[in-house]
Design a protein around this ligand. Structure first.
Ligand code: ATP
Ligand code: LTN
Length: 330
């Protein structure tokens, strides 16, 4: 029996947040020891929102450098750019033809992004999940590690794959979402009722992996809390404190009741300093490695070129099978 296959990706839409790190990236690193992992930078998906071309290129390299700085080893995992493996765009189109408008219009991400970018509700934003289904199915992935917000897309991928397999016989492995039990949905520091997101425009709402220790301390100190002054986990009534507790818990490996005990009787100021220090310590090795990598674009180029070669070998086999089954001459 070979190893199980993992595929995941992050959109090239900006500097990664602490949410991306604990919800996705940390798991990517853990999983590479046990599984055959494919980690992609979703630069084609990033086009669904208008972008400056130079910035998109630079963001693509930033995500790649973040993958490696966080601990993904390009000798163990296949790290590649979605745009360099043309099978993604091809299978994405095919799967568009096996995905229903009704299914796509139920996607929360589509609804959120349409509301945020009301002047550019393009067809790509709508069909985004079929391209993502193609990403996953090309590699016959068993598991897809992501944060909570992507679960719906992985479930749709399963439906599309089952539909296709029913029509043409076994073609795609049916993937499972792999969502961490804690940290799957880190909330904004200023608006703890919505997800921390790299494209947030609210000042001090997100912690970026590239933030300096001073920035991190300042942002955590400014995080919205409540007037009760008690460090207690209560997502509904104390969303700000609960979010900070979750962040602290993931980094220090402590459970919520342990954290409550640790900060019993101390005010929010002491607790916030401890949270900020934990984040700063966790990100220190990342920072150093990230800066070195961003100063070495040749090395990054070698990684993605090599990754694309390895990924293409697998992706081309799946696409060939799909084209043969549906009657497309190559
Ligand atoms: P954008 O703001 O451009 O939509 P994003 O920050 O929401 O980006 P994505 O590129 O959509 O990030 O997501 C990358 C990965 O990080 C996905 O697996 C996603 O589920 C996860 N993720 C994103 N935000 C969070 C969060 N706040 N908490 C936990 N996981 C998250
Ligand atoms: N849609 C994801 C990014 C993404 C992805 C994927 C994740 C694109 N293709 C395939 C997992 C598997 C997002 O917005 N985070």
């Amino acid at each position: 029996m070979g190893k199980k296959v993992i595929l995941s990706g992050i959109q090239a839409t900006g500097d990664l947040t602490l949410g991306n790190y604990v919800g996705a990236l940390k798991n990517f690193v853990k999983m590479q020891e046990e599984f055959d992992c494919y980690y992609m930078i979703a630069n084609l998906h990033a086009l669904t929102v208008r972008r400056d071309p130079k910035e998109l290129k630079n963001n693509t390299l930033k995500i790649l450098a973040s993958y490696i700085a966080a601990g993904i080893d390009p000798d163990k995992s296949t790290v590649f750019l979605q745009s360099q493996v043309h099978e993604h765009a091809e299978l994405g189109w095919v799967l568009d033809c096996y995905t229903y408008m009704g299914e796509l219009s139920r996607m929360t991400q589509f609804k959120d992004k349409s509301a945020k970018h009301a002047d550019n509700i393009n067809a790509g934003l709508f069909t985004y999940p079929s391209l993502m289904a193609g990403d996953i199915l090309l590699y016959q992935a068993n598991l897809v590690p992501t944060g909570e917000d992507q679960k719906q897309h992985v479930e749709l991928t399963r439906d599309i794959a089952e539909r296709f397999n029913k029509l043409y016989g076994d073609t795609f492995k049916i993937p499972e979402p792999y969502i961490p039990k804690v940290g799957a949905r880190i909330m904004g520091l200023q608006d703890p009722t919505s997800k921390m997101s790299k494209s947030s425009t609210i000042p001090n709402d997100t912690i970026l992996l590239v933030d300096t220790p001073e920035d991190i301390m300042k942002k955590v100190k400014k995080a919205v809390t409540d007037s009760e002054g008690i460090v207690k986990y209560d997502e509904k009534n104390k969303p700000g404190i609960s979010n900070l507790m979750e962040i602290y818990g993931i980094i220090t490996n402590k459970k919520m009741d342990e954290i409550e005990k640790e900060f019993q009787g101390s005010g929010y100021g002491t607790f916030k300093t401890a949270v900020a220090e934990a984040i700063i310590n966790e990100l220190e090795p990342f920072h150093k490695k990230y800066n070195e990598l961003m100063d070495n674009p040749k090395y990054l180029e070698e990684i993605y070129d090599e990754g694309a070669k390895k990924a293409s070998q697998v992706a081309s086999k799946t696409l060939k099978d799909v084209y043969e089954k549906i009657g497309i001459i190559r």
